[in-house]
Design a protein around this ligand. Sequence first.
Ligand code: CA
Length: 224
Amino acid sequence: MKVLLIEDDPLIAQAVKSSLIDDAYVVETATNGTDALSLIALQEYGFILLDLGLPGIDGMTVLKSLRGSPKKETPVIIMTARDGLNDRLEGLDAGADDYLVKPFHMSELLARMRAVLRRKAQSVVNTLSNGVVTLNIQEKTAKIVDSDETVALSKREYALLAALLARPGAILSKRTLEERIYEPGEEPESNAVEYLIHSLRKKLGSATIKNVRGLGWMVAKGHL
Ligand code: CA
């Protein structure tokens, strides 16, 4: 994995870099915010380690700019000499995944990086999305992509939407959907699927689930 290390203190940069290399990371370094932003624009990094106090464009500005860019998912750990609570909170609010206060042990940095990567990998698995609606599997909530509003779902609404989102573009019959929303042994009610579709459309917008007459229902593959 390629790491961008943004740090203006040459001693710290060297120490961090050699530990990362020992841990099998590939490391590129930037010593100021301007260089960092041009590297981020040009390259793909699996991880960014960011010092907040940088000459010129400071670390917080780099972070905000990254989070507003197409590479906003890149994991970031802030390394700060400033022990102020406000700096840390501002960094986390601006989208840092974690922070370390200098001086820190390299083993702690490496452990935090692994934890962030594990968390990120999990959050990818824990959502289902067709690019229009995203379902949070852990929280059993849905969200229209690009909207801030999270919608709570009933157990059956969730089961039905999960079945559709597992196969965007595929038409699922009423029978298939019934099998997903009922536990084995439960007797299906005749209009349950229609009722749940109606209530999901009300919550998420009528275009999110399409009816294909006589065949069943589907969610679009990709954007509508
Ligand atoms: Ca610094």
